[in-house]
Design a protein around this ligand. Structure first.
Ligand SMILES: Nc1ncnc2c1ncn2[C@@H]1O[C@H](COP(=O)(O)OP(=O)(O)O)[C@@H](O)[C@H]1O
Ligand SMILES: [Mg+2]
Length: 247
């Protein structure tokens, strides 16, 4: 089942078109990796998928369907709750861990203290931080290590029960151990969530994703099962990219 579908999606900043006629289906409860050289349009694609593109100065043509309904027929707030996003650089709010994890639920109307506490506990467990930081939830989130901050940011996105998580190179600032930690966590989360991850790290795409999309210069060159893309690419440009010929 696909959960997000793009139909001839093109995205421009001003009159510069940076994504051209992308048509793809993103499958529910799977991990989809988006790969391609720097500047090819990966981040633009993610910000378009949760309707943040206009705030970033861009606009799109073509269609995006979320659960078979035109994405523009939903309220933006609802889309941002159901399709969460995490960025490359960990961006915890400069408040306590507790406040980071209760901020969005409160915004969406949850007031009950016990309910909020249980969201905090569940989230810390989901992102594997419970044992590490549960005793310290009043600590400022910016005091955590980089890897912990990134897991907290993924957790923060989970506090409003999204269906899709968009992750933009979430491990690029992390060391090997923290990256392995996050990869394990994503594999577990993919049972309950649809994950779309932009990554520069091809072995990461190979290790964790079910599907891979290769974008070059704003065009979707090839999209299919990760196994197939990496072992038997149909397009020569895909082959060259995974062999490391482009940057
Ligand atoms: N806010 C913006 N305004 C204008 N141009 C942008 C903006 N964001 C990205 N671009 C341009 O769009 C192209 C695709 O960028 P991006 O989506 O960030 O690529 P990637 O994430 O693959 O590195 C690049 O040429 C970039 O310079
Ligand atoms: Mg990017």
């Amino acid at each position: 089942m696909d959960i997000l579908t793009t139909n001839n999606l093109s995205v421009s900043y001003g009159n510069r078109k940076v994504l051209k006629d992308l048509s793809m289906n993103i499958m529910e409860n799977k991990i989809t990796a988006i790969i391609g050289p720097s500047g090819c349009g990966k981040s633009t694609l993610l910000t378009t998928l949760n309707l943040m593109i206009e705030e970033n100065g861009g606009n799109f043509t073509g269609k995006i369907f979320f659960k078979d309904k035109d994405i523009l027929s939903y309220e933006k707030d609802e889309i941002r709750r159901r399709i969460g996003m995490v960025f490359q650089k960990p961006t915890p709010f400069p408040f306590s861990i507790y406040k980071n994890l209760t901020y969005a639920p409160k915004y969406y109307g949850i007031k009950d203290r016990l309910k909020l506490n249980s969201i905090v506990e569940d989230t810390l467990r989901k992102v594997g931080l419970f044992d590490e930081i549960n005793h310290d939830i009043n600590t400022k989130a910016t005091k955590l290590s980089g890897g912990q901050q990134q897991r907290l940011c993924i957790g923060r996105a989970l506090t409003v029960e999204p269906e899709v998580l968009l992750l933009d190179e979430p491990c690029s600032q992390l060391d090997f151990k923290n990256t392995a930690n996050i990869e394990d966590m994503l594999l577990k989360l993919s049972r309950d969530y649809t994950i779309v991850i932009v990554t520069h790290n091809l072995s990461q795409a190979k290790r964790i994703s079910d599907y891979t999309a290769f974008i070059l210069d704003g065009e979707l060159i090839e999209y299919g099962e990760t196994e197939e893309i990496f072992t038997n690419p149909k397009d020569n440009r895909t082959k060259e990219y995974i062999e490391g010929i482009y940057g």
